[in-house]
Design a protein around this ligand. Structure first.
Ligand code: GDP
Length: 195
């Protein structure tokens, strides 16, 4: 489309639409090559996703989808920018995301350290305390090249008060669980805030 998405130049029109359908922004963070793009592509094949406009904003690394879970429809926007162009800091101020998904590869110690830096940043900014943060250990199909143990991943997540999940976008392990987990966590927060 020539006009692109309008969620960030919110008009009063958009605002009233947002009240009807929950619209949630999810930013993927982590070193280049850990599988962020692959994970988002796998989300698109999920049975929970019932409409999907692949062309919309794809060139900016954004995908908008409609997710039907427990009879409730939500629109989710996945924002996946190359790490070099979009730091965690930039992502928070630009998108004000409802959730951050921090990804590392179990085969890369460096990507784990980067994930740790990002989690520390989100914690210092009090983002973690207010919003949803999920630590994702991806590429678990590459078990023989594993450089980061499950315990180390879980310990990092626990130390920064966020959820932990191991996935493989390669063999579609836990990818649906991640999608549903993100949405459930966001909704849980939204419900608590309304009370
Ligand atoms: P990004 O830079 O974080 O977006 O990473 P990509 O999604 O582009 O993935 C980088 C490379 O890792 C690609 O060659 C993917 O095919 C590969 N990859 C991504 N996820 C997995 C996975 O779960 N298992 C394996 N074996 N390879 C993966």
């Amino acid at each position: 489309s020539c006009c692109g998405s309008s969620y960030n130049n919110v008009s009063s029109d958009t605002a009233s639409q947002e009240e009807q359908i929950n619209k949630f922004r999810v930013v993927l963070l982590g070193e280049s090559g850990v599988g962020k793009t692959a994970l988002v592509s796998q989300f698109m094949t999920s049975e929970y996703i019932h409409t999907y406009d692949a062309s919309l904003d794809d060139e900016f690394g954004e995908k908008s989808v409609s997710v039907l879970m427990e009879d409730e429809e939500s629109e989710m926007v996945f924002i996946d920018h190359p790490a070099s162009e979009m730091s965690a800091e930039n992502s928070l101020s630009t998108y004000e995301p409802h959730a951050c998904v921090v990804v590392y590869s179990i085969t890369s110690k460096e990507s784990f350290r980067t994930a740790e830096d990002i989690l520390n940043y989100l914690w210092r900014e009090r983002y973690t305390q207010d919003k949803t943060v999920i630590l994702v250990a991806n590429k678990v199909d590459l078990a023989r090249s594993r450089a980061i143990s499950t315990n180390d991943g879980k310990a990092l997540a626990a130390s920064r008060d966020c959820k932990y999940i191991e996935t493989s976008s390669g063999i579609q392990h836990n990818v649906d669980e991640l999608l549903v987990g993100v949405l459930k966590q966001i909704r849980l927060r939204a419900t608590r805030e309304r009370k």
